[in-house]
Structure formats: structure tokens, C-alpha cells
Design a protein around this ligand. Sequence first.
Ligand SMILES: [Mg+2]
Length: 215
Amino acid sequence: MRDWQKYDTILLDMDGTILDLAYDNYFWQELVPRCLARERKAGLAEVRTELFAHFARKQGSLDWYCLDYWSAELSLDLRALKSASSHRVRYLPGAVEFLRNLQATGKPVALVTNAHAHTLEIKKGVAGLGRWIETFVSSHEFGAPKESAEFWAGARGRLGFDPATTLFIDDSLPVLDAAAASGIAGVLAVTRPDTRQPARVIDRHASVTGLSELA
Ligand SMILES: [Mg+2]
């Protein structure tokens, strides 16, 4: 996949592809349960069990990615919590080098994410993503997550890319599957989205450990 240069348009996921998923995993698996347990004056283990079951029921839906949905469901100000913890947002190894090289090619580049607009704005600001990328697309604009055909039809309409000459890089298998099904020619998986976790084995699509392999 070092031949990424042969593609005319590059579409990049944000969390777990450009930015370390360690932040998101910390936020949802540690910080949110802790705040919830404090609010409800309940045990952490009990809160985590209930919360993770709720996450599992919503996984892959737009609600799962929606800060406002979870704020309402949990009666927590998650926007404030995101802002307060945003200093933990980090680039993945090699991501900046790759983005710099990519920018130098002058190719159209778009970040396509399932992140909620508020989360996207925070991360854009903290990481300075606007230095490297001009176009940002959130699936919430289309009311359909990246796991769906509707999203890819919407993104193609909005960005006007030719799927036959487009490369898309993401760490989520269902998302990569949907992109490939929509006709995107180059689909590349990131196997190590969280630097605190080991790499996963992905055999359904071409894969790299991370963008460092492409830089
Ligand atoms: Mg991701």
C-alpha cells in the first residue's frame, strides 16, 4: 500500500487513523463511567456494566457517535467533559509526517468522520488539523453513519470524488466494508488505532499498522 500516490483523492478517518483512539477509549471507558458513578452515587463496576451494555446496543448507529444523545441518556454534560479532557488528544505515530507528505502532493484530501460536530471542532482545534486538511465531513450532516450506503452516496455528492481513483483509510471494519461496497477502489485498514492496545489482525482489506507505514 505504499502506492497510495497512484490515487487522485484521499479520504481519511479521524479517530484511530489520524488521532490516537486512546483518547476516545479513555473518555468513554474510564472518564464517563467515573463521572456517572459519582453523579448517581453508585458503584463503578455496576455503572460500567450497565453503560457498556447500552453502548453495545447502539454500536454502529448514528446515536452511538452522538454526544447529544449520550448527554441526554446519561444526564451528563458531555460537551463540557470533552472540552475539559481535550488536552489528551494526540496524533498517532507518523500521522503528521504522512499529512505533510500528502499535502505536498496537492491531491484533494478530505477527513470523513462519524464524530459529532462538537467533538470534531474540539479535535480540529486541539490538533490543528486545518493545517493539513481543508475539507471535513461529518456523517451527522447526512443523518447516516459511515457504516451505511447512504453516507457514501451523500459524501460522493458533496465531495464529487471518483470512487475508481479514490483511497479511503479507516480503522473500522464495518466502515471499510461499506466504503468498498460503495465502489471506492482503494480501501486501507489501520490495525493499531489505539497506542495503548496491540495491533489487530485484519484480513478482509489491505492493511497497515498505521499512517507511519505510508509516510
Ligand atoms: Mg476511526
